[in-house]
Design a protein around this ligand. Sequence first.
Ligand SMILES: CSCCC(=O)C(=O)COP(=O)(O)O
Ligand SMILES: [Zn+2]
Length: 207
Amino acid sequence: MNLKTDEFFSKADELIAAGRFIDSKGWVPATSGNFSARLADGNIAITVSGRHKGQLQRDDIMLIDPHGQSLDGQKPSAETLLHTSLYQRYPDVQAILHPHSINATLAARLFKTEIILEDYELLKALAGIDTHETRISIPIFANDQNIPRLAAQVDEFLDQYGETHAYIIAGHGFYTWGGSVAETLRHLEALEFLFDCEIRLHGVKQP
Ligand SMILES: CSCCC(=O)C(=O)COP(=O)(O)O
Ligand SMILES: [Zn+2]
C-alpha cells in the first residue's frame, strides 16, 4: 500500500518551501534543524536525518507513525522524539519547526534559563496573543545528546508550567509549533525578531 498520499505530498511541499525560507535567513546552517507536519490520520511527515534543510526535495521528507517509527524505511530526524512528544501533548499542533539560529544560540548564553518577551507589538504574531501588553517566557533547556532524556525534561517542565509557544535548547537551537506550517513559520519568524531585540538590548557591553 502506498502511504504517501496527496496530503503527504502537499505537507511535504509546505515543509520544503519553509526550509528554503528559513535557510535564506541563515537559520539552518550545515544540515541542522528538522521540520514536521501532522497528517489527518495521525501519521507525521518529517525530514529525513542529515539532509540540508534549505535544499529539501520530496525524497527528503518521510513518513513516521505517531510513535516515531519509520513507515517507509528511511531514517527520520535524530530529534524525532522531540516532535512526537509535542504532537502527543498538543492535539491542535499540526506542524513543528526547529531552526539552529544564531539568535537562539546567543539568547541561551545570555539568559540561561528563560527569555522574557514583553511589550512588543510582534508578540501578536503568536497564536492567542492580541495585545503588546503581554508577558511570555520562553524556557531554555540544557543541551543533551540523549534525546529521550531531553524530551523527558521538556515534558516534565511543560507538565508543571503549562503552555508555551516555543523552547530553546542551549547551544543548539529552538523548537516552535502551531496549527499549520504557515502559522508555525510565522511563530519562528516572530520569535527570531524578538530574540534579536532582547539580545541587542541586553547583550551589548557597556563602555
Ligand atoms: C549538524 S546538526 C546536529 C543534529 C541536529 O541538531 C539537527 O537539528 C539535525 O539533525 P537531523 O537528524 O534532524 O538532520
Ligand atoms: Zn537540532
